[in-house]
Design a protein around this ligand. Structure first.
Ligand code: ZN
Length: 82
């Protein structure tokens, strides 16, 4: 079980990938980040704007795992294109 520490908007110095969907986030992009601790280690999770937005609107602060939000976005888009 991971423990949430803090969140902040951070400008990336190197490239990262989005925790939600795995998309590359280029250096010098300002993105939402979350710092968590899990198993005694500290991790920073990076979120692209689309995933952050989607999470806020649809996920009710539920705990999600890597790649989940990308999958949810995909399914949501599919549902809404019918
Ligand atoms: Zn994303």
């Amino acid at each position: 079980m991971s423990k949430f520490i803090k969140h902040e908007n951070r400008t990336t110095r190197t490239s990262h990938y989005c925790f939600g969907c795995g998309t590359d986030i280029s250096p010098k992009t300002t993105v939402y980040t979350e710092v968590i601790s899990d198993g005694g280690k500290i991790y920073t999770l990076y979120w692209c704007d689309a995933c952050k937005d989607f999470y806020d609107k649809h996920c009710n602060n539920e705990e999600v795992y890597e790649g989940d939000v990308g999958q949810l976005r995909y399914e949501y888009d599919k549902e809404n294109k019918k």
